[in-house]
Design a protein around this ligand. Structure first.
Ligand code: BGC
Length: 762
């Protein structure tokens, strides 16, 4: 099976151009470059020429309208790092551009097996010269510093000179849109020149961010075949930019190959960035073919572990592959960074990391690439100290309060009601720690980092909540649903906190069993009384329940509010957040996204099935799904409740969110949480997979229209494959074992590779 997504178009329209820049961006977890056309776009067309390095940020002002004590007035913002995308071609005296002359053929594609994007063009110039052009791009997984543009230009009906001008601009700005709260409001250049060097036709341009003081060097070098008659690289100190200019005479039908090697080195990873950039260039230059092969090998290994195939619905299947590929492209792998809400594809949400990583994307990595999941958790451990400081800032004497949105560990949410107040992120990170441990049994991780994170997050809850009349209450927080703010006893938050406290106690027990408790407890000042306190608070955790409706209310006051009339709200007023004052929304029962339903998915055991079912029915009437994090969760719960029609409907087009631009903002970047959520919908929803302490459980059902489903996953070092087709399913042990498998029909134990558990699909 080939995994290729392609778009054929005569000419991208105004809307499509920026969208395609997102869809066809190249990234490798370290750097990401938007799929901007090499020749640029005509004036007036929306284009965002962005290249980003994961975790490379500037500290920018975040002015509050009124001064509020201990509310941060600066934030970290992902910086557009450089513009290395410009390649202008002049073909026998006529400048090439998709917007002049005639496009006889134009196709853009993303090849997810080879890890490249391509643009194939046959262009007839205004004077009738026809040229075949191919632009191939790659962000290398083997050499993460490298972004490569590889062009092939063939004159089809003429012979003539091809002139090349390839640019390297160091002082770039970020994109801004003052009308969209999800983007930066103003644009300025955050970079200052910090050195330049031109050697061997290679330009190295160094910059430093004005306030955060982070350095970055980009290097650009070209290879041409046939070699140019004249080639020179010139540096313009006023613009802190370089340009490579060359020309070559071509026969009719003779191809020109131009390769533009661009390397990025940043101070956080590489120390002396110029030295690192020169080394990186020396390591990659002239090796394009070998690096293409390495790229293909990396992806073959990726698909081997991550392939998730939907049979019978080729559109959904391709979109699924697209989503998984994007998750792989977006994930930071060095423990210094994580996965931004838009990956490395655009500037939406300013490159910030949210709970999205732990709750929506980690399940994919934990099940398919646990080593990468470990790195993502490592990033949170690295920022634990900053989370402790954040807790103190908010008046908590103990524990760690992770920021709602951040890059380097500090709180970056400007609007604390729907930001900092989302304390559930603490429980989300703790959830991911224990889910990772549960899935991998990685004892070293728990001892070295995980247990400490569980402890510090549990400590936070003890300071946020309090006991009253035998119940542990958590007041004045915001749950995941951002249309309801600052409430008492948000069901999701309390359920997460309960789990967090229990997992901290459990981790301490494990350390005890492994004989390392004493040293750990002494280092972190843990006492038995403290752990007993966690256990009591977890036991007494208050989880709102309404007797009359028989549901779990989202929080203490939720059901007292009037219900927002979603049906009567004009279609063009969605998403509500862009059309109504927040206070107006807060006074109603209306949900942006899954909140209590998400709690029911994660902590099934806390509510009886009939309560979950009534709750599901209740919340589906008042949820707008204005957040892309919502439908996938409703889908999982519908699967668990046996609501087939609903499950299929909720899965619906979620999987195609970015390919169909269903939220209308994919031009600002992909929706990574939704991508992970769709994976969860398939694996945890339709296949009904749960990882338990003593094995795995499946509860499969195939939605209408699909003929089969298969995916591989890992559990405690063993590899397993799930397959469902023709009314039957099977779970096969591929490597490792033994693994216990619980199916709706029976409990089995897969002893050795090849063993299977099977049964009839619901
Ligand atoms: C959602 C949050 C999410 C954020 C980033 C918001 O629209 O409400 O839950 O973390 O987007 O994806």
């Amino acid at each position: 099976m080939q995994r290729v997504y392609s778009v054929r178009s005569a000419q991208p329209t105004h809307d499509q151009l920026a969208l395609q820049e997102t869809v066809f961006h190249n990234a490798n977890g370290y750097l990401g470059v938007r799929g901007t056309l090499e020749e640029g776009a005509p004036r007036g067309m929306e284009t965002m020429r962005g290249a980003y390095v994961n975790g490379f940020y500037e500290t920018v002002p975040m002015k509050q309208a009124e001064r509020l004590t201990h509310v941060r007035e600066e934030k970290e913002s992902m910086i557009n790092a450089a513009d290395v995308q410009g390649v202008r071609l002049c073909l026998a005296g006529e400048p090439f551009s998709q917007w002049t002359g005639e496009l006889l053929h134009c196709e853009r594609l993303l090849d997810m097996d080879r890890g490249v994007t391509e643009r194939h063009v046959i262009w007839r110039s205004p004077q009738g010269r026809e040229t075949k052009l191919l632009f191939r791009r790659m962000a290398s997984f083997a050499e993460p510093s490298l972004f490569l543009i590889d062009c092939e230009v063939t004159p089809l009906n003429y012979a003539g000179e091809v002139e090349v001008e390839s640019t390297h601009l160091a002082l770039v700005k970020n994109y801004a849109n003052p009308n969209d709260p999800r983007l930066a409001g103003e644009s300025e250049c955050h970079l200052v020149p910090a050195g330049s060097l031109v050697e061997d036709g290679t330009s190295y341009l160094s910059v430093r961010t004005r306030v955060s003081g982070l350095s970055l060097t980009t290097g650009v070098r070209h290879a041409m075949e046939p070699p140019p008659q004249d080639a020179r690289t010139v540096y313009d100190s006023a613009a802190h930019a370089a340009a490579f200019r060359a020309s070559v005479a071509l026969e009719q039908g003779q191809p020109l190959r131009l390769q533009k090697y661009c390397v990025f080195s940043d101070e956080r990873r590489h120390g002396d960035t110029l030295t690192a950039a020169r080394q990186a260039m020396a390591g990659v230059f002239g090796r394009a073919e070998a690096l293409y092969r390495a790229q293909q090998e990396t992806l073959a290994a990726f698909w081997e572990s991550a392939d998730t195939t939907i049979l019978g619905d080729s559109d959904a299947n391709l979109s699924m592959q697209f989503n998984l590929y994007q998750l792989f492209q977006s994930a930071g792998r060095d423990g210094l960074c994580s996965i931004a809400a838009k990956g490395l594809s655009g500037e939406g949400y300013e490159g910030h990391y949210f709970w999205d990583t732990e709750m929506y994307m980690m399940p994919f990595f934990t099940l398919t690439m646990p080593q990468l999941a470990r790195k993502l958790l490592g990033y949170r451990y690295r920022t634990l100290e900053a989370a402790r400081e954040n807790a103190r800032l908010l008046g908590h004497l103990k524990g760690a309060l992770y920021p709602w949105r951040t890059i380097d560990g500090r709180e970056c949410s400007g609007y604390f009601l729907a930001g900092t107040a989302q304390y559930h992120i603490v429980g989300d990170i703790a959830y991911a720690v224990s889910a990772y441990y549960n899935a991998t049994g990685d004892r070293e991780y728990l001892i070295a980092e995980g247990a400490e994170m569980l402890l510090e997050t549990a400590r936070l809850w003890m300071g946020v909540g309090h006991m009253a009349q035998g119940r542990f209450l958590i007041n004045c927080v915001t749950g995941p649903d951002e249309y309801t703010c600052l409430v008492n006893n948000n069901y999701y938050t309390n359920a997460c906190a309960k789990n967090n406290l229990e997992q901290a106690v459990r981790a301490a027990q494990l350390l005890e069993e492994w004989g390392v408790y004493g040293e750990w407890a002494a280092r972190l000042g843990v006492t038995r009384e403290e752990l007993d306190g966690f256990a009591c608070a977890a036991e007494a955790m208050y989880l709102p329940y309404d007797e009359t409706l028989g549901i779990n209310p989202q929080d203490d006051s939720f059901l007292q509010k009037p219900v927002w009339d979603i049906a009567a709200t004009p279609r063009d007023k969605f998403p509500l957040l862009l059309n109504y004052h927040p206070l107006q929304l807060y006074r109603y029962q209306v949900c942006k996204q899954a909140d209590t339903v998400l709690a029911h998915v994660l902590f099934e055991e806390l509510a009886a099935k009939d309560v979950r079912e009534r709750s599901f029915r209740y919340y589906e009437k008042i949820t707008t799904h204005d957040s892309s994090l919502s439908n996938c969760i409703f889908c999982i719960e519908a699967c668990r409740l046996g609501l087939r029609r609903e499950a299929r409907a909720y899965f619906g087009d979620s999987v195609k969110t970015d390919l169909l631009n269903t939220h209308g903002n994919s031009k600002d970047g992909i929706h990574t949480a939704n991508m992970g959520g769709c994976y969860m919908a398939v694996v945890n929803g339709f296949a009904g997979l749960r990882l338990c302490a003593d094995g795995v459980k499946v509860d499969p059902f195939l939605p209408e229209g699909w003929t089969g489903l298969r995916f591989s996953f890992q559990y405690r070092g063993s590899r397993l494959r799930f397959e469902m087709a023709d009314g039957r399913y099977r779970v096969r042990l591929l490597a490792g074992g033994p693994v216990s498998v619980l199916t709706p029909e029976r409990a089995c134990r897969l002893e050795r590779p090849g063993d299977e558990a099977e049964g009839k699909t619901r």
